[in-house]
Structure formats: structure tokens, C-alpha cells
Design a protein around this ligand. Structure first.
Ligand SMILES: [Zn+2]
Length: 168
């Protein structure tokens, strides 16, 4: 391959720069494309959610802790970006976005009886409540708790005071 040989043997050859520059621009365009598509999807989702719901509740995740365990995931960063868009759209439409205190134990609290576990390892996806014996799927249980606390917060305005409202 004569052209390849030229590039390798003469790195200062003028043909090297356009090739590298083209590759760099292609990469930049691909990144922009992915970012734009993701952003489009975020805006659509934000509109869809705010059309369907008046109050949206989210847990502010412990991103630093998650990064320590799993590394810096792009989805964590994208989630933050999505929440900013959602807040913007919700404000425009007069809808409410409630953020639950990250220290609220949404995963460790039984959504059926309010019992709070002392420990719950991250890899445990399902657990049986020692108090009421109900079996709780980790994410579903957390979602029910977040919804209950968020609904109380929307009225009471304080996450910590809202906790007893679900501990029936
Ligand atoms: Zn229980």
C-alpha cells in the first residue's frame, strides 16, 4: 500500500494532517449526533411525562457513591441532564417536580409496613420484610416509597417530616 507507507515513513507529510483532522472531525460529529439525539429524546420524554402527571417525584441519587462502586457511568450524568430539562418543562406547564432527600432510605424501607432494614447490600434485588413478611422487589419498593414521600412533600413541603406518613 504505497499511500500508507508514505504516511508512516514521513509523519510530517502534509497528507497526514488532513487525514487526522478528518478523523477528528468525524469523531466530533458522531459525539454531537449522539448528544443531540439524546437531548431530543429527553425533551420528548419531559413533555410526555409532564402531560401525563401533575407531580413527578425523583430520588436524588448518591452519584459519588455509585461512581465509587461502578465507575463513572454516562447514564448517571445523563440523568442529571434529563432532570434539568424536566424541571424547565414542568415549570412552563405549572407542573411540580419533587426531589426526595438522598438520605431517605427508599430501598431499605418496606413499602407495605414501613419497617426499615439496617442494611441492604446493593446486589440484593429482592428482600423479605422481617416485620410483615412481604417480598419487596428493590426498585419497585423504592419507587412506591418515593411516590408516597413525594406526594406528602408536595403538600407538606418537608421530606423528613413526611417519613412517618408512610410508616403506617
Ligand atoms: Zn414490611
Amino acid at each position: 500500500m504505497p499511500s500508507r507507507k508514505r504516511v508512516v515513513s514521513t509523519p510530517r507529510n502534509e497528507k497526514v494532517q488532513p487525514t487526522l483532522e478528518r478523523a477528528r472531525l468525524n469523531l466530533v460529529r458522531k459525539h454531537e449526533d449522539v448528544t443531540n439525539r439524546r437531548s431530543d429524546w429527553f425533551w420528548k420524554l419531559a413533555h410526555e411525562l409532564t402531560n401525563r402527571f401533575d407531580v413527578l417525584c425523583f430520588e436524588t441519587l448518591n452519584l459519588k457513591g455509585m461512581q465509587r462502586l461502578w465507575g463513572r457511568l454516562i447514564s448517571d450524568l445523563a440523568f442529571g441532564e434529563f432532570l434539568k430539562i424536566l424541571e424547565w418543562v414542568a415549570t412552563l406547564k405549572g407542573k411540580q417536580v419533587v426531589f426526595i432527600d438522598r438520605w431517605y432510605p427508599s430501598s431499605k424501607t418496606c413499602s407495605n409496613c414501613g419497617h426499615v432494614l439496617k442494611e441492604l447490600a446493593l446486589e440484593v434485588r429482592e428482600w423479605r420484610c422481617p416485620s410483615c413478611q412481604s417480598v419487596n422487589g428493590r426498585d419497585e419498593n423504592a419507587a412506591i416509597n418515593i411516590c408516597a414521600v413525594g406526594a406528602s412533600t408536595a403538600k407538606l413541603g418537608d421530606v423528613r417530616q413526611a417519613t412517618p406518613a408512610i410508616a403506617v
